[in-house]
Design a protein around this ligand. Structure first.
Ligand code: SAH
Length: 354
């Protein structure tokens, strides 16, 4: 039995069943045994591959989207270029390369990264050595200046709670431990104020998910953007309004049981973009746009053609595959979505038109 399984079983024996959120938090970020704390899980050799790891085009186009928004907002002379959960630092490296020729952009920026994992901070530092970068431990530490921010596959890693409905209301999915094994059970009836609005569109038997930390992150982004200007582009897999059990574990690119190997597999769940939008007080929120549409509108065809011109053979084939993976509706094009938060009265960031 793994060390983390023992720790979790001891904790459950001492203090009772845990919410999925507590379980997910321990599995992903436990200081010694957490998934993100102990490894760099991205890429073909790791457990999963994210859009920036598939092709440089993803970061380049998002970088130009942010830079255009910065120009549309009057090119503020000092701003923060930020990322939440930068992984290996690939997305930020691509953003910085693509914006190097945008007049005044690099001179005015401070790069700020929010990353919980010391191992991944190190990877990011190595990748971004040419730039002055600082790390923050909490979202509240974002400087009080205009904010141009991106978050890709960050919110899906934040812990969720799950509730199933019966005739009386909601019961929470809890992690229990018996006979040396973790299992999922249901709590007694649990009144939960933040789910009152879901009674009207669900029926007994339905499961919904909430993500308690997500609203806190979005509230701070919205406060900064409302007060100082800027844009936050959030890309993730999910949809408008949570319905159903989407809790999943992935190891070596294959689904595994979320309870089987705590700390050894990546745990995520779909992002509820409606819930993010509801937390974005005092700013404008774009429509939710499928990733494929966003990248097409930002000009991925053109960029893919430019890059293809310098390639041949296997390299060309893998470039074409990457383009397809990012945009095709049966690959990431439709499952992944994006929204942008921007200051009231400012121009809609490019790519988010209806
Ligand atoms: N954006 C990257 C990586 C996505 S994986 C990419 O697209 O490739 C999720 C990232 O968020 C990892 O870097 C992980 O360590 C970080 N992370 C997860 N939970 C976090 C938290 N609560 N606070 C800060 N960073 C967190």
């Amino acid at each position: 039995m793994s060390e983390l399984t023992k720790i979790l079983l001891r904790r459950i024996a001492a203090t009772g069943p845990m919410t999925l959120a507590d379980y997910m938090h321990e599995c992903l970020l436990h200081p010694e045994h957490g998934y993100y704390t102990t490894r760099a899980p991205f890429g073909e050799a790791g457990d999963f591959t994210t859009a920036p790891e598939i092709s440089q085009m993803f970061g380049e186009l998002l970088g130009l989207c942010l830079a255009q928004s910065w120009m549309d907002q009057g090119a503020p002379g000092r701003f923060v270029l930020a990322e939440l959960g930068p992984g290996r630092g690939t997305l930020m490296a691509d953003i910085l390369r693509a914006t190097a020729n945008v007049a005044g952009f690099h001179a005015a920026m401070d790069v700020v990264l929010l990353e919980a994992s010391p191992a991944l901070r190190e990877r990011q530092r190595e990748k971004l050595t040419e730039f002055r970068v600082s790390w923050i431990d909490g979202i509240d530490e974002l400087p009080q200046v205009p904010l141009f921010l991106v978050a890709n596959e960050f919110f899906d890693a934040l812990p969720i709670r799950q509730f199933s409905r019966d005739d009386q209301g909601w019961r929470e999915h809890m992690i229990a431990g018996a006979d040396g094994k973790l299992s999922i059970g249901l709590s007694g009836p649990t009144p939960i104020a933040s789910l009152e609005y879901r009674i009207s569109d669900t029926k007994p038997g339905d499961t919904v998910e909430t993500r308690p930390m997500a609203a806190g992150f979005v509230q701070v982004l919205a406060e900064r953007i409302a007060a100082f200007g800027g844009v936050a582009v959030i890309v993730d897999y999910g949809d408008w309004r949570s319905l159903g059990d989407t809790f999943q574990a992935v190891k070596h690119h294959n689904p595994v049981s979320p309870l089987a190997e705590p700390g050894q597999a990546d745990l995520t769940a779909h992002v509820d973009f409606e819930a993010l939008s509801m937390a974005a007080a005092g700013v404008s929120v774009s429509n939710m746009v499928p990733q494929g549409d966003l990248l097409n509108r930002l000009g991925i065809e053109l960029r893919a053609g430019q890059l293809a011109a310098g390639l041949a053979g296997d390299e060309l084939k893998s470039h074409e595959d990457a383009h397809r993976r990012l945009t095709h509706p049966l690959e990431m094009g439709k499952l992944f979505k994006a929204i942008a938060l921007y200051q009231n009265g400012a121009a809609l960031p490019p790519g988010f038109e209806t």
